[in-house]
Design a protein. Structure first.
Length: 319
């Protein structure tokens, strides 16, 4: 996924959520619907989340410095993790509290046409935002299923927007059911039940987001296909015979660190080894442009050492 593609989806979601939040709060003011208040806070939380994503993307573009020699690419992961916290607290927990209060002290929904009209408008706006996010995500999704894409994506923006918009659409359906049932039965308990459903949904989505972004913050390796491309690019059969072992780490969504021990000819001179390393780095960058930080260690292949994971101390008489 390109950073520009993620930004387009985030901006589209931000515009939709701000308009929807205003409409929901107006509907709550006229109707007193608990579901509308929960949905209004939900849209407000989503708007704040999109601002966080844009802010994180902007800070991630800062150049590397002495204190952060590998740059600030992980700022985007930090923003994604903060989004999950905001969604859990401001969105989910508030909706659960409001639903509990309404179930405990129910009152009928006044002027029902306000919340119903706003919910239908919100469904249309969220649907457009969701469509934009799906269109942008298809470029990097490939043959993966949507759950696999959310699980393996290295850029947090699109998975966050996809989950938020998907959750928003389901939440709107729950709110519409709650308000509609409350109006038909003249029992405000159903309105509170809708708010409880919205809160539960938001908490679940927040947990998924927190789990995935935490994994990115801890440091994830490149995907299997990327690793295979890098391995193939390192070996030319003449100056580099094989990759003894290799590690990869995402410094950011579009920046990858590669560290590898490579097998070189025993008779190679220092100048020849240096040339082999430079050529290997060039091949890797051509095959995988996001591999921007590359460290290669030349060595002579030893089957016993390689079997021990490249740790000489783990083999008898290891060199």
């Amino acid at each position: 996924m390109s950073a520009s593609g993620g930004s387009r989806a985030v901006v589209a979601a931000l515009g939709a959520n701000l308009a929807i939040a205003v409409a929901k709060f107006v509907a709550f003011a006229f109707s007193g619907s608990s579901s509308m208040l929960a949905e209004g806070v939900h849209s407000l939380a989503d708007s704040g989340n999109q601002v966080l994503l844009l802010f994180g993307g902007r800070r991630a573009k800062r150049a590397a410095d002495t204190e952060h020699p590998f740059g600030y690419g992980r700022e985007r992961y930090v923003s994604g993790f903060l989004v999950s916290i905001v969604l859990f607290t401001l969105g989910g927990v508030f909706a659960l509290y409001e639903g509990y209060e309404k179930v405990s002290h129910p009152h009928p929904v006044d002027d029902w046409y306000w919340p119903v009209g706003v919910l239908l408008f919100a469904m249309a706006a969220e649907g457009m935002s969701f469509r934009t996010a799906v269109g942008e995500a298809r470029q990097g999704k490939g043959a993966q299923s949507w759950p696999q894409y959310v699980r393996t994506a290295k850029a947090p923006e699109l998975p966050v927007v996809l989950l938020e918009d998907f959750g928003a659409l389901i939440g709107l359906v729950l709110a519409l059911i709650g308000v509609g049932t409350a109006v038909l039965t003249h029992d405000g308990v159903w309105d509170g039940a809708g708010s409880l459903g919205i809160g539960t949904l938001l908490v679940l989505i927040a947990v998924v987001l927190a789990t995935e972004t935490k994994s990115l913050l801890l440091g994830e390796s490149a995907g299997p296909q990327v690793v295979e491309r890098i391995r193939a690019a390192l070996v030319d059969g003449e100056s580099v015979f094989r990759v003894i072992h290799m590690r990869t780490l995402h410094l950011g969504p579009e920046e990858l660190l590669v560290a590898a021990k490579i097998s070189v000819p025993a008779e190679a001179t220092g100048a020849q080894i240096a040339g082999a390393i430079n050529a290997a780095e060039a091949r890797v960058r051509a095959a995988e442009p996001i591999a921007r930080v590359i460290y290669l260690e030349p060595d002579l292949y030893d089957e016993a050492v390689a079997a021990a994971g490249g740790n000489p101390a783990a083999t008898p008489g290891g060199r």
